[in-house]
Design a protein around this ligand. Sequence first.
Ligand SMILES: [Zn+2]
Length: 607
Amino acid sequence: MLIDPSRGVSLAGAASPPLEFAIGELTDTLSAMSGRPVPRVQKDAAVTVGRRSAFGAAGLPRADGFDGYAISAGPDGVRIAGDNERGCIYGVYDLLERLGCLWLAPDQDPLDPPHIPKSDRLDVPEGAWAVASPVRWRVCNASSWFFEMDTDIAIRQMDWGMKLRYNTMGWQAENRTPLLAQYQILKDSGVLRELTRRGMMLHGPAHSFDHFLPNELFEEHPEWFGMRDGARVKQVFGGAQFCWSNPDARRAFVDNAEAFALAVPELSVFCTLGFDGGPCCQCPRCAASEPADLVMGLMAELAERLAVSRPGLPVETSGGYNPVHEPPQNARIHKDVRVVWAHWGRWHGEGYSDASYAWKDNLELWRDAVDGRLTLTQYYTDNFAEPWVAAPYSRAIVSDRKWVLENGVDGWYMLMWPKDYWWNHSLNAMLGGRCLYDVTLDPYELTKQIARRYFGPGAGELLAEYWDEWGRNVELAYAVRDGSKPADRETLARQRRELIEPAVAAASADPVFAHRAGKVEKLHWMAERLTRVHAMREEIEALKSAGQPCEAELQQAREYTGGVLAFLHELADLEQGLVDRKEIPTFMRAKIVDWLEEVSDSVRTSP
Ligand SMILES: [Zn+2]
């Protein structure tokens, strides 16, 4: 049925900031689509938005779960009825998506704006449907919410995160500025105002034990700090976690953590973890216990305190992630304590439901220890431990989601890192958000729909096929980084010929579609260059093992790898979210170039 946007938009029932936000998103987007201002009216509107209670029950289906909504579309107009305020906003995005809109990536690239089709014929399917998520906390840890925040980009990423159906922003504080000073920046810059306008929640401040037991106390109380190789050390690189078995240290920690929780009303999950990368204290008392017993004892003391001063605020700390790998042996985990479980550097060719999944035993032990109060950290949106050219991780998403549903898991946390890969992993951010909100979505189908819309007619179908191939063969993404075989290189060459080049040609008439297809093409070039390095290495190693000279080949490879690094810098300089500049001279260089030095040394020293 056709919507006539000139009939306007109306609000049913009482207003609130998130409902006003929902109405604002709807009127702004419909106005942009139809090319005419869409009025706000009192009745007989084209679209009416409100809480379910404002509509009465008649004719509205219901889905069980969190942040749900129902939409009914009939001759009288469209009704969007949210089960809560966030549900109203999600319902608006559902309607706009059915009208052709798409927000694939955060609005950080002026040449790649949100996809808002221009049309005055707005066609919605007639009928009624309802959606809700089985997962209560769906945390978007967008890349600009880590450490020093760029607050303008942080707001753009939050706006996008809400559109992807996340309901909570993850905040990873930095460790040099006092926490409350960082909180003040979030407040003064409008980040928190934008968060509450959307009805979103705040999760964090993540790695932060060094804020609640600051290193400044070291001179006065060295015994509160961790022991490493016989000496007390601070919570810094090369140091250790503080002494979790020291009762005075724990009390000081809980005092400071409680003061923080009381000062930050937006905090909805108090997630606090040890400083990143630090081993446990090795003092005799700490060494006698499983790290999880100690840290869960600390969290229980914090939860008991907050049960009085800030009831209802869950406390969360890490499990599976170093230095707390195994679940507690003796301590029961407090009923208000959650565990954020993380398998850093996992392989996305399998998921939690697969019998072959590498960490299944550890995951299931933690599930049992915490009675299902798990937040699962996902690295689908990570390009640090995961491939540099990301594949759609649909295989892992299907298997992980099955496990989430079968085990009643209520927390889902998407870690997006490093910062300047934000476009590279945006498709996985969308799949991971949308598919865990509406669990009936098939990530393979959704990927194709996204590609058709994002790249436009012509290129869309070709790049839908391209993404689909990568999604079904995630091994290719890992091979591009870690070492490819000739068959992988043939696949890349075929994809360039049959999919990438025709797509780029088909998109060339439209500047926005051309720009978008160009991003895929650039990442594909990157994949081909990286795998060409593997081919050179194979050739040189074959010559060496045959006792043949290979100096000329080595020289050629030195020049070629130098060119690959220069190309990566060019990609980073485009600022299109393809590559993080800081990674190139460090981790990327190590993989691309270091083997050459090893081979050269062995060539020089061989008789
Ligand atoms: Zn200790």
